[in-house]
Ligand binder design. Structure first.
Ligand code: ZN
Length: 125
């Protein structure tokens, strides 16, 4: 069994698109899904921000127990948890990816954007 890890929004509209994209991108059967409202903003705010410890603890389980082969941080259109422009969300996702790379330097870390058409595109990594 081959796993990857997604730090995704809790929004139901972005679950299946992100799973399908990551199955293809990382060549995995399973995507361990860690969800929060607007997690790109949470991780961009730094490791001391509220809720980040919980995200990192869940990422460690995926990486250590499931031998995850890669990590994705996701932002999306019309996000209720991070209701800022696409441009600002991109900044958050880029900062979040840098933060996650420092924690998990052995793994590829990518940043994704899910647009108004619910198509997934890679913005970094
Ligand atoms: Zn959202």
């Amino acid at each position: 069994m081959r796993f990857c890890t997604a730090v995704n929004c809790m929004d139901g509209r972005v679950q299946l698109p992100v799973i399908k994209y990551l199955q293809e991108h990382f060549g995995v059967e399973y995507v361990d899904m860690i969800t929060e409202p607007g997690p790109n903003a949470m991780l961009a705010a730094g490791c001391e921000a509220a809720g980040v410890d919980s995200i990192l603890a869940r990422m460690r389980i995926s990486v250590e127990k499931h031998r995850s082969v890669g990590i994705a941080v996701v932002g999306h259109y019309d996000c209720a948890g991070n209701p800022v422009s696409q441009e600002d969300q991109t900044k958050h996702t880029l900062a979040a990816v840098e933060n996650v790379k420092q924690r998990f330097p052995e793994l590829p870390v990518i940043g994704l954007w899910v647009g108004e058409d619910w198509q997934v595109s890679k913005i970094v990594g």
